[in-house]
Design a binder for this molecule. Sequence first.
Ligand code: SF4
Ligand code: SF4
Ligand code: FES
Length: 258
Amino acid sequence: MVQFNLPKNSKILKGQYFKDKTGSSNLKIVHVYRWDPEKNENPREDTFEVNLDTCGNKVLDILNKIKNEIDSSLTFRRSCAHGVCGSCAMNIDGINTLSCMKSYKDIKGDIRIFPLPHLKVVKDLVADLSTLYRQYASIEPWLKTKESKSQKNEINQSKENREKLDGLYECIMCACCSTSCPSYWWNGESYLGPAVLLQAYRWISDSRDEEKKERLKMVADKLKLYRCHTIMNCTSSCPKGLNPAKAIGSIKKMLATS
Ligand code: SF4
Ligand code: SF4
Ligand code: FES
């Protein structure tokens, strides 16, 4: 039977309140989702008073400050801190984005930080991306050419063909788009989702690749591709300003005309 209410152990409870100890009058109230798989407890929302006088501008700076100065058990992913690795993606103030790119100055009032939505949670702000990575591997994201060619010669590409990859190669696989897509929420195991389909289109569009037909055939499936209903959430959530919905539309068009 369909269950409309969250099971009791999934309800988010009010957590701890960490009061500022610095005496600063320049405070930001930050609410953070917490869940520890090693404790048999419901998820909770902890609240931190953060002194902005000694904090960088980005939400990631706030998280680092909480971890370094207030609660070292807070768990989140990050690496480059420059919008390049994609690891710090999370839901900030209701929007999926990169915490290292998001300025807290753009957020009026309290800040609410959650893991990327509709994924299992590993711990606190770390969402489980293993299904997405498996789907990414399934589109075989590497250049495919006849062996002799790839091993011996550099493969030249015209300026025009190189430009066809603009808007595609910049994708950092942060998953902000896929986890904001309602079709992916409900069919995440079978529908590839916007991040993986944009990557599929990146290889289909590469003039050096010799398996364009096979790649198109691989995604031409009513579940893998046609679960996209052009809702466009993906495009509006991409922190790199890319357009996965357009890439998906281009794959559909190629299939319709091939
Ligand atoms: S298309 Fe944008 S939102 Fe989606 S994975 Fe790539 S960079 Fe992230
Ligand atoms: S356009 Fe397609 S991929 Fe993007 S949010 Fe809508 S259904 Fe999902
Ligand atoms: S830490 Fe690498 S993109 Fe944010």
